[in-house]
Ligand binder design. Structure first.
Ligand code: FAD
Length: 406
């Protein structure tokens, strides 16, 4: 996420009424302006792509809320931390889509901190109005957890680089315009050196995007092949050879998404409603009692996640955040999301499990059976939560290294 360090309001003391009025203003606008069909899709856990995200991004940008976490000078709202969190809470409560993270939460802050004035002017406004869609080209077949082993090469030839290599697991590449990409510009003694961050437009000749279907049969990740792709040196973000620093800056923020916790709390509410329905229909039983215990544990865990997030973003703002806290939050949220979706699966799945494939007959969005089916899809999709953005084992390594110097 990006923190509005530069907001003029950052140190201003505001009373509870101010935040309640703010919450009411958000609620009123979002309720009136988010299309009902979009809210129905979010409420029923449907997967979304650019088409859906872009509708909401345009509406928010027109209102001036297109970049809630960005400073005013870059077109953001300049909201303080509490406003930022209230925004995510209201958005989740009302089942509005999250704002698409690759531009706003990931590469946008990197460009703000390390990009040239020309790059800021070229890229940032198009992230806010949603006209340019980014994806992340980090992982390679031989470089996932060990990202610094990446081999995709970029050789400087006058005013451009010639890029060759392969990326994998690239989320939403099939609908993105541009990929922020870690490439190797030189081989140095330490593998973290010689890495460069390039913005590669995806319509450039020499790029091939092949779909990968995940366990839930959704197509959102891809392989991206790059063969003699010419990329202007103007698209090198920051200094050549120091991309590892920007990549890490970005990953720490990726693991600290302010939207994640309110969305989990919203899903918990849905599972609670499902469980209460089962209790009403079937009466108490040992298995429903056990489910109730799991629900209470998940609720306590969600409170823990909220506290962790608030303290992490406060530290981020003060410049004292350590990677271990982002990693701890990522680890905790991944486990929690899997606990919630597993509980939903256990409560709804058995009779629906054979009907999960995309060629199922159409069910109207919001139909009770459709809702249950989407819960099962979410269960399957959330298996990836402990992998994407760095696996749980890797998060534990980061935490151990920082705490114990291991
Ligand atoms: C749904 C999804 C979306 C993704 N989106 C993107 C994207 O948009 N862009 C992008 O660049 N990448 C993306 N990824 C890739 C993701 O970041 C990698 O899958 C992840 O970093 C793990 O790398 P790997 O798959 O190569 O597994 P590996 O690194 O090969 O790991 C295999 C296993 O070994 C374990 N392991 C590895 N090293 C260690 C260690 N040192 N100590 C202990 N255990 C270890 C891992 O925890 C894992 O269990 C996505 C992945 C998924 C599943």
């Amino acid at each position: 996420m990006s923190i509005d360090h530069d907001t003029p309001h950052a140190t201003e003391v505001r009373d509870a009424d101010f935040y309640e009025d703010f919450r009411a203003e958000l609620r009123q606008f979002m309720e009136a302006s988010c299309p009902p069909e979009l809210r129905a899709k979010v409420r029923t856990n449907h997967k979304m792509g650019r088409a859906e995200y872009a509708v909401w991004q345009r509406i928010m940008a027109a209102k001036g809320w297109g970049a809630p976490g960005w400073p005013v000078e870059y077109g953001g709202t300049g909201w303080d931390l509490q406003q930022r969190y209230i925004f995510e809470e209201v958005s989740a409560e009302l089942d509005c889509p999250p704002l698409y993270h690759h531009g706003l939460g990931h590469i946008g802050p990197v460009i703000m901190h390390f990009g040239s004035p020309e790059q800021k002017a070229r890229f940032l406004p198009r992230i806010i109005d949603g006209s340019q869609w980014w994806c992340q080209g980090y992982s390679e077949p031989g470089a996932g957890s060990d990202l610094a082993s990446l081999k995709t090469s970029a050789v400087r030839q006058g005013d451009h680089y010639l890029v060759n290599g392969q990326k994998i697991w690239t989320s939403h590449a099939q609908e993105a315009d541009i990929m922020y990409t870690l490439v190797r510009t030189s081989v140095e003694e330490r593998k973290q050196q010689g890495i460069t961050l390039l913005a590669i437009p995806l319509e450039t000749p020499g790029i091939e995007i092949r779909p990968i279907r995940t366990i839930d049969h959704w197509h959102h990740v891809n392989e991206v092949f790059l063969r003699d792709v010419r990329v202007s040196v103007d698209n090198c973000i920051g200094e050549e050879g120091t991309g590892w620093k920007y990549g890490k800056f970005l990953l720490d923020r990726e693991r600290l998404s302010p939207a994640s916790v309110p969305r989990l709390i919203r899903q918990l509410q849905q599972v609670e409603a499902l469980l209460l329905e089962r209790l009403r229909d079937q009466g108490p039983s040992p298995s429903l009692h056990a489910a109730l215990e799991r629900l209470f544990l998940a609720k306590a865990s969600a409170e823990g996640a909220r506290e962790m997030l608030m303290s992490a973003i406060t530290e981020e703002r003060e410049g004292t955040l350590q990677s271990s806290k982002s990693s701890a939050l990522k680890l905790h949220s991944s486990e929690l999301s899997q606990a919630i979706s597993t509980l939903a699966f256990d409560l709804s799945a058995p009779e629906l499990a054979p009907r999960l494939l995309p060629d199922d007959e159409y069910l109207p969005v919001g139909d009770a059976e459709d809702c249950q089916r989407q819960l099962v899809h979410t269960y399957l999709f959330y298996r990836s939560r402990s992998i994407a953005g760095g696996t749980s084992e890797v998060q534990k390594n980061v935490i151990a290294r920082e705490l114990f110097g291991a």
